[in-house]
Design a protein around this ligand. Structure first.
Ligand code: ISE
Length: 336
């Protein structure tokens, strides 16, 4: 029988996951949508005929309306949704971040350990992107020698109202804090933030672009340009510097067009298209794993580690020089 999935939050990502689970993913369908905003709920319901609508996750759980839950609310609402779903013992795909600070993320890993098995997969979709996987394989293979540095760019055309300075870290660089250790097979030991010349096109309350520097415990140095007002499109790319080579991922691809004395390649304008393949694979793997009682990607412990790095990153926004990242020992529960 198919996995009955409840989707909590029907904003950009929630609605995208509803469409994916309905049209692309096999072995699952959307049985419930939890969304307090009536217009959003109705729009999402049109994508998933038959799904029941609820305004609170507790009501969906009480009605036994789902076997598993996708959480796609804004990050600050993750904890109050995660806790009752963990209590109910259902598998969860939780959009990033797990929660917005290490203290609440710690409460989540404690609640999961109480539940007795890994129920949470965190939505760090870059780990499912085919190009990121190729780069990770290249690093692990040693074919180009040892990895020395990573140069990243993370560029958004613009950001929604309500995007604040700490969100440069908590909402955006959060992805690099997960994917960099995964790529390099190493932990982040410090985070530093440098300010570029401010873009006059940035919203008045933002000071960006920023350059984020990360030191890893294997000596690899990482820099990321975090830039959320580039206007021209959505771009996430990495250059990896090895002993005997250089590799790049995330370059524009697809149709090449020569016209009017110009050469053009299309650029993405949103993460929804740039990472479409990654999201498709992520959700399918999560569904397949949930049906056999497992997870298939970043765990709640990975989410906790990222929350610790984010706390250092937010501090680094107002600190000259590197801020250390200190992690507690990995609990037995997450060691395997
Ligand atoms: C957004 O929430 C995402 O997760 C995107 O991947 C990221 O590029 C963007 O900066 C965030 O605001």
């Amino acid at each position: 029988t198919e996995l009955r999935v409840g989707v909590v939050g029907a904003g950009i990502m929630g609605a995208d996951h509803v469409a994916r689970l309905t049209g692309t993913t096999t072995g699952a369908h959307v049985s419930a949508i939890v969304e307090p905003d009536a217009a959003r709920a109705a729009a999402a319901a049109r994508l998933a005929p038959g799904a029941k609508l609820f305004s609170r996750v507790e009501d969906a759980l009480a009605a036994d309306a789902a076997d598993a839950v996708v959480i796609a609310t804004p990050g600050r609402f993750h904890e109050p949704v995660l806790l009752p779903v963990l209590e109910a013992g259902l598998p969860i795909l939780c959009e990033k971040p797990l929660t917005q600070d290490p203290e609440s993320s710690w409460r989540i890993v404690e609640a999961e350990q109480k539940a007795g098995r890994k129920l949470i997969q965190v939505g760090f979709m870059r780990r499912f992107d085919p190009q990121y996987r190729q780069l990770r394989d290249l690093i692990a293979s040693g074919r180009a020698g040892e990895l020395l540095m990573l140069h990243g760019v993370h560029r958004n055309p613009s950001v929604p109202d309500g995007y604040t300075q700490p969100m440069l870290i908590n909402d955006s660089v959060v992805h690099e804090f997960d994917v960099v250790p995964w790529l390099a097979g190493a932990s982040i030991t410090s985070v530093e933030v440098k300010y570029a010349k401010r873009n006059a096109l940035s919203p008045a309350h933002l000071r960006e672009p920023i350059l984020v520097l990360m030191e890893l415990d294997n000596g690899v140095l990482v820099d990321v340009e975090m830039n959320v007002s580039v206007q021209f499109g959505y771009q996430v790319a990495t250059e990896a510097v090895f002993q005997r080579g250089v590799a790049r991922i995330g370059q524009p691809e697809g149709l090449q067009l020569w016209q009017d004395a110009r050469f053009a390649l299309n650029e993405h304008t949103s993460y929804v298209t740039r990472f479409k393949q990654a999201y498709d694979i992520e959700v399918q793997d999560w569904v397949d794993a949930a049906r056999r009682g497992a997870i298939a990607g970043p765990s709640a412990w990975d989410g906790f580690k990222v929350a610790v790095a984010c706390a250092a990153g937010v501090k680094a926004l107002d600190t000259a020089g590197p801020v250390p990242v200190e992690l507690p020992e990995t609990p037995e529960f997450y060691a395997v």
